[in-house]
Design a binder for this molecule. Sequence first.
Ligand SMILES: *[C@@H]1O[C@H](CO)[C@@H](O)[C@H](O)[C@H]1NC(C)=O
Ligand SMILES: *[C@@H]1O[C@H](CO)[C@@H](O)[C@H](O)[C@H]1NC(C)=O
Ligand SMILES: *[C@@H]1O[C@H](CO)[C@@H](O)[C@H](O)[C@H]1NC(C)=O
Ligand SMILES: *[C@@H]1O[C@H](CO)[C@@H](O)[C@H](O)[C@H]1NC(C)=O
Ligand SMILES: *[C@@H]1O[C@H](CO)[C@@H](O)[C@H](O)[C@H]1NC(C)=O
Ligand SMILES: *[C@@H]1O[C@H](CO)[C@@H](O)[C@H](O)[C@H]1NC(C)=O
Ligand SMILES: *[C@@H]1O[C@H](CO)[C@@H](O)[C@H](O)[C@H]1NC(C)=O
Length: 559
Amino acid sequence: MENQQGLTVPRSFLTAMAVCFIALPVLVILVPGIHHESSISDVLGRLYKLHPVGQGAAHNDSNAHNLSDDGLFAPGFDEKSCLSRFQHRLYRKSERKPSAYLLSKLRSYEHLHRRCGLYTDPYNRTLTVIRSGEDVDDTTTGSITACKYLIWHPVNGLGNRMISLASTFLYALLTDRVLLADLTQDMADLFCEPFLGSPWILPLEFPLRNLARNGKLRFAHSAGKALKNSTLKVTPPDSPAKAPPFLFINLYQGKYADEPSSFYCDESQSFLRRVPCLSLLSDQYFVPSLFLIKSFKKEAIRLFPEKEAVYHHLVHYLMLPSNQAWELITRFYEANLAKADERIGLQVRVFEEQFIPILTDKILTCLQNQTHLPKIDNKKPKLSSSSSSPRNQTPTTTTTAVLITSLYPQFYQNLSTMYSNKQTVSGEVIKFYQPSHEGKQRFEDGEHNMKALVEIYLLSMCEKLVISADSTFGYAAQGLGANRAWILLRPGYGFLDSCVRDLSVEPCFQWPPPSRNCIGDRNNSGSSRHDDVTENVAYLKHCEDWKSGVKLVDVHEEL
Ligand SMILES: *[C@@H]1O[C@H](CO)[C@@H](O)[C@H](O)[C@H]1NC(C)=O
Ligand SMILES: *[C@@H]1O[C@H](CO)[C@@H](O)[C@H](O)[C@H]1NC(C)=O
Ligand SMILES: *[C@@H]1O[C@H](CO)[C@@H](O)[C@H](O)[C@H]1NC(C)=O
Ligand SMILES: *[C@@H]1O[C@H](CO)[C@@H](O)[C@H](O)[C@H]1NC(C)=O
Ligand SMILES: *[C@@H]1O[C@H](CO)[C@@H](O)[C@H](O)[C@H]1NC(C)=O
Ligand SMILES: *[C@@H]1O[C@H](CO)[C@@H](O)[C@H](O)[C@H]1NC(C)=O
Ligand SMILES: *[C@@H]1O[C@H](CO)[C@@H](O)[C@H](O)[C@H]1NC(C)=O
């Protein structure tokens, strides 16, 4: 079982996986593609009874052990508690290297997270301050030894959550805050604990946990309101600067009306720095705008000299699949995708159902024209189903696996019917797989999120990737694999091409703030002109699929 695509999968690992698949006929139900009774969720329960986590996988393989060693993770993690931390590199061809500065920043962050972690003395003192509701100054929580916190709240689908959590963590790194994530019931089982020795999950009894869910409270403690006040107020130079004990920052879909875009201004950041606890809500990848804040810029660039790897490193560090998720990911991969010579991931997000019939044609054009999926050769005789089995193929036949992820079954049904038992012009064998089709997106549903995570990971393991325009699910997968995707353009918007190559693997920030809205940017005329955010910023470009959005790109020196 050799992999010709250069994936460095140790033979012992594959053998171990092969053995466990032969021993587990139930998995064959997953192959190929859709069976209405046996999507991942249905198999989930049965899988674990048959095959407890930790056996069969190569978690103690000495090679696998070594693969985690690019310094991203602190030494000392227990392998069994999070197998994906040690194994995820087995499934990827190329990896980008984190900068030495990022590694040292992560180590000092981990130290901070332990020192200020749940139920430590500084944490307890901060809770007291929050509960008192009284303004603080630099002396309240014990000056420089005090800890400051940043609470992340989930909103919208898993793609939105992953890109916003990564952004929030970068904000925590840039402001020396401790990140606590409100991983409500529907996300509790998805990820491993990222920080060695101190949990990151916001406790249920944390006083601000309901802030994000309560509009009245949100408004009462809005950072936007406080920021407006703070810029009006003139503090006497020798009096200690006061700040509220906590504030709520609403960056949800760029709703700048109740949260001014001045969040991204230096004057706001110097005020927010004094607030012990910030609670943040966003469904966006707001990293690009963090790079534009003058007081953050130098540090951000030093952490990420390679701009296109920001999300990639953050997501790998922070959001490793739990053992339960990893088991599903690796099993599906080994059963369906591992044997193919090439894997094409296809994520189809349907925004308007009336376009489903048009979409099929567009998908086919994109797959054939851009990812070089071979066309069907109508002149060659049909294959009988037995002759298409791998056993009867000559060893030179190459196989391409197309992994489809969609809430709808139509695309899988159509494409697999089209290709089944037909010969292709190149002689390649094409197989289609779809792990699940949920019909519609569901929120507050842990199992739905688990499937979403499994599919995001599987997509990221494909050598070629086609994602849907405007979908954060696709963004999350592309950045994870650090593999530049083709974007299926949305029908009904006048695009001529079916798809376009993305500019970079970074997620798109769909709602960047208007530029030059900070005090420092304004001319003597006092007007805040809304110029193009990307103007004069070489590493920022407008997204191909969402023209008012922006994304980080690497600048390659032109001669
Ligand atoms: C895995 O390897 C470590 C040493 O690298 C060893 O201490 C541990 O007992 C092994 N675990 C199993 C289950 O073999
Ligand atoms: C990884 O492998 C290399 C060479 O095989 C070895 O020199 C190095 O010490 C190993 N690292 C760890 C963490 O085991
Ligand atoms: C912090 O508070 C918790 C209970 O609220 C308590 O169990 C813990 O011991 C306190 N930590 C310290 C360092 O006092
Ligand atoms: C803003 O300033 C007004 C007037 O000084 C005050 O009544 C209000 O409480 C302030 N709001 C906040 C959030 O600080
Ligand atoms: C697949 O889609 C094509 C193009 O829209 C259509 O002509 C064909 O009938 C569809 N086939 C199936 C099996 O749905
Ligand atoms: C096929 O790809 C070429 C570029 O490789 C592009 O110019 C052309 O528009 C594409 N055709 C369609 C139908 O998308
Ligand atoms: C002020 O605005 C003018 C045009 O309105 C522009 O040319 C100039 O660069 C601006 N100055 C600054 C400091 O932004």
